[in-house]
Design a protein around this ligand. Sequence first.
Ligand SMILES: *[C@@H]1O[C@H](CO)[C@@H](O)[C@H](O)[C@H]1NC(C)=O
Ligand SMILES: *[C@@H]1O[C@H](CO)[C@@H](O)[C@H](O)[C@H]1NC(C)=O
Ligand SMILES: *[C@@H]1O[C@H](CO)[C@@H](O)[C@H](O)[C@H]1NC(C)=O
Ligand SMILES: *[C@@H]1O[C@H](CO)[C@@H](O)[C@H](O)[C@H]1NC(C)=O
Length: 309
Amino acid sequence: MMVHQLLYQALIIQTGLSLFAVNATYVDYVTSGTWNGVGFNIAVKREKIQEKLDAYHSSISDGCGDGPKLVLPEKQVFPELETREHHFVHVDFGYLTSRDFDDFLEDNPHPCVSVSGLEVAVIIPLLAANASGPPIYALALAKLYEKSRGDIPKSNFLYPYIPVDEIQFSDSEGVVKKGSDELRVSIIKHNDPCEPPRSIAEEFDEFFVAEFHFGLPKPDFSFCDRHSFQSDFCTNAKRVQCAVHRHAPNLCQKYNISNPRPCEALVEILNVTSGFRDLILLGNDPVNILSSESYSGDTVVGLKYPCQE
Ligand SMILES: *[C@@H]1O[C@H](CO)[C@@H](O)[C@H](O)[C@H]1NC(C)=O
Ligand SMILES: *[C@@H]1O[C@H](CO)[C@@H](O)[C@H](O)[C@H]1NC(C)=O
Ligand SMILES: *[C@@H]1O[C@H](CO)[C@@H](O)[C@H](O)[C@H]1NC(C)=O
Ligand SMILES: *[C@@H]1O[C@H](CO)[C@@H](O)[C@H](O)[C@H]1NC(C)=O
């Protein structure tokens, strides 16, 4: 249920972007990215989520004061999974192949950046604009990438990107290391045959279609300023960045996925040290993974502004 919806969402946030069409209130991006990964949802105390939302609101409140609001929904979306004291944080590991840069790669036999690679994303899903509103929003907390990849294109404009020392991902394990911190999970995939988790489809349709992600108060277009090569990604980023900055922070991403392939998977945390506990808002609380899934697919990403009207 939520499981499914979240994992799809996790899948789509991993993609690169390129502009498709522009009109007065909405910008559509089309990606040719492919994602192959595993995600899980971990129970986090509502008060810790609330603290993060408060920090986000205060980080965007120095403008005109009418930035987007993100609140925990009054009504539980998935009462079978949630307890009254908890909400979710979603974490996913996976390999992103971005084909938006084909032109660049063809013209540059020795590219100085790696446009494909392992990434880990962290989000707070299922947030609403007010306590009784539909939980169609998410807050993007972080995207982790290996610093050895160099100056990677920040194709998810709304994510805070954080370099880490190492990311490993295989059919049986995911590992992230940053300084003395480690997040290590075991994975058991059931891809062959792929059995999607049951009783998810309805919620997926309901929320996926309308899912929006907020994140950075100011989207980061600086990669394209630092590199002079031609790419659809940068051409499109230049074209929209003034309009996007005008609407910031009230802008968000919306996602479509063309051929999703969700399969059952079991994820368990083997080790999580304090730095990653803080990142996923867990603090010293016990680890409780509520759901997990593996997935792959191609995605389309739209950048919407204003997001909350
Ligand atoms: C802008 O484009 C979006 C998505 O393609 C569409 O839903 C919306 O109706 C369009 N708005 C206008 C004013 O054309
Ligand atoms: C809550 O949000 C929904 C949609 O986002 C809106 O229709 C409704 O009027 C809002 N309610 C209040 C009390 O602001
Ligand atoms: C967890 O990771 C830290 C940092 O790498 C390490 O010092 C510690 O021994 C690990 N703990 C377990 C139980 O693997
Ligand atoms: C995204 O999905 C919506 C609804 O399914 C569809 O109408 C729209 O054409 C899709 N956009 C793109 C760019 O594929």
